[in-house]
Design a protein around this ligand. Sequence first.
Ligand code: ZN
Length: 269
Amino acid sequence: MLKKIKIKPIHIFIIAPIVLALSFFVINYRNNILKEALAAPKTLHPLTFYCDLDEDLVNFTKEKMETSIHDLEMEKYFNIGAPPGGSPPIDPPPPSTGFFSLPMNNACVTCPYEGYMYSSGNCHEGADFDGSGTPVGAPIYNVAPGIIKGWGLSSLYGYWVAIEHSYTLPGNPSPTTLISFYAHMIELPTSEVQTAGVGGSIDRGIYIGRMGNTGNSHGAHLHFALLTTMEINGQEPWPRYIYSVNPEEYLPTDGLGQCVILPACGGCH
Ligand SMILES: [Zn+2]
């Protein structure tokens, strides 16, 4: 049975302070939470969570875009197939012994020519020189008398220099040309190269740069390629696989050490 409650003035005097006290407590509690949230926005501010999500999304998209750009660049820089309308060029015979010297002292090949596929599906167009005798900054030498073709800083090859060498073969008066290409150097080529300038002559054994880890490189080494032709667009070299030869078949073996081939360098065919 419900009992009817009669509200008398005395009740209002009792209830009103309780309601006021409760309201004060709730408002104060809410203000404290907001204050705390503003003081530590990274962990408590509700909007921060969404901002972080957006940042992740931006980074993810950026990464994807960079990967695609990188793959496109790779596609542009290497071409495993035959050039349009023709077959891949035949490798020229090597010059007489002594024409080429090694690009580094106390080095060995850690990843050979055709040692691996680039992410684009194309093939390693040079040989990687490294070894315990070649610390970061170790000197790199010009492998034969030649003409400086160019140098620069490329996103793929880091600091690089290219030198063109010509030699004649018995029974053939027209010279054969091979371009030596040195990549991932620690800095720009030496003053010997820069003073001679593009188109200038440079002799065999001249100190041209220092081994480094610039560009698309995972660990200091010298990426060394020999090419029958190579385009250069500004600071971007274009050492295509189809125009490359196996440098180890052209360079002397004397003075080249033996080292363990990197596990990732088992071949690209
Ligand atoms: Zn390489």
